[in-house]
Design a protein around this ligand. Structure first.
Ligand code: BQF
Length: 285
């Protein structure tokens, strides 16, 4: 069994981002700048935002945090984004999800300048992903998963890929990315899928992003499959994935651990996207 060490790969990517930025700064350029917006006090969101701020600092990206009250109105939040859109010193805008339920999330995402949309959630970037057009920004988690597969030389050509979970953040963009250049045959399963096991057992590559702890059991996969676990579930103090890692470990070809698998790669690709939009803005690309 090959352990797909996302933490190690994320560290390597962060090193190269750091080196690249230090060269730009030595040339007298301003550093990349990412604004990070957190609305309310969701504890998990606070942890993620703090991790992103810390990782920015580690690689030389200036982060500008905005901690906004949970009762902020739609218009007020849109105004904050509007002012960041118009600020030439800001390269990237990140709105931490989920937003409070009185906020229309899709409407907020639409307000972000697509050239500053480091999460890749704006419809213009989603459209470019869907049509295979270059020049868009890829969503961090699917992008990070592709980097893991590349790093471990796991070819996607002609493979049967099954994705469990059809979210706009992971499942759907992941499917579109596997479909690029018609490389893989993609099935996306979700909560209304009739017989989940029937699909997952056919997967050469299985990506699971459901938020259901240990949903995927040993009898649900094919021998020698590659299993990518996107789940992060807190169960009495312990963090577990959507995959029963211990049950699967001697049946798979390769598998990501939780923690230390996909999660660190998501944050690394956020930094990568921030560097990318910075280079476009400053005219390096
Ligand atoms: C690790 C996220 C669900 C909902 C909103 C490292 C992260 C997580 C795990 C992290 C995630 C998940 C993030 C590990 C960002 C990934 O060592 O295993 C890093 O910070 N993530 C988010 O911003 O919003 C979420 C999951």
């Amino acid at each position: 069994m090959i352990l797909l060490d996302g933490k190690k790969l994320a560290q390597k990517i962060k090193e190269s981002i750091k080196d690249e930025i230090s060269i730009f700064v030595a040339q007298g350029k301003r550093p990349p700048t990412l604004s990070v917006i957190l609305v309310g006090d969701n504890p998990a969101s606070q942890i993620y935002v703090n991790k992103k701020i810390k990782d920015c600092q580690e690689v030389g990206i200036v982060s500008k945090p905005f901690f906004l009250p949970k009762d902020i109105t739609q218009i007020e939040l849109e105004d904050v984004i509007g002012s960041l859109n118009g600020d030439d010193e800001i390269d990237g805008i990140l709105v931490q999800l989920p937003l409070p339920s009185h906020i229309d999330t899709l409407e907020i995402i639409q307000c972000i300048n697509p050239n500053k949309d480091v999460d890749g959630f704006h419809p213009e970037n989603v459209g470019k992903l869907a049509t295979g057009r270059k020049g868009g920004i890829l969503p961090c988690t699917p992008y990070g998963i592709m980097k893991i597969l590349q790093e471990y030389k796991i070819d996607t050509f002609g493979k049967d890929v099954v994705i469990v979970g059809a979210s706009n953040i992971v499942g759907k963009p992941m499917g579109l990315l596997f479909l690029w250049e018609e490389r893989s045959t993609v099935t996306i399963c979700h909560r209304n899928t009739k017989d989940l096991k029937e699909h997952t057992r056919g997967a050469d590559i299985l990506v699971v992003a459901t938020g259901v702890p240990h949903l995927i059991k040993r009898d649900m996969i094919k021998e020698g499959a590659v299993v990518i676990d996107v789940g992060i579930n807190r169960i009495d103090g312990k963090i577990v994935g959507d995959v029963d890692f211990e049950g699967l470990r001697d049946k798979v070809y390769a598998i990501t651990p939780v923690p230390g698998g996909v999660g660190p790669m998501t944050v690394a690709m956020l930094l990568q996207n921030t560097l990318e939009v910075y280079k476009r803005r400053v005219g390096i690309l």
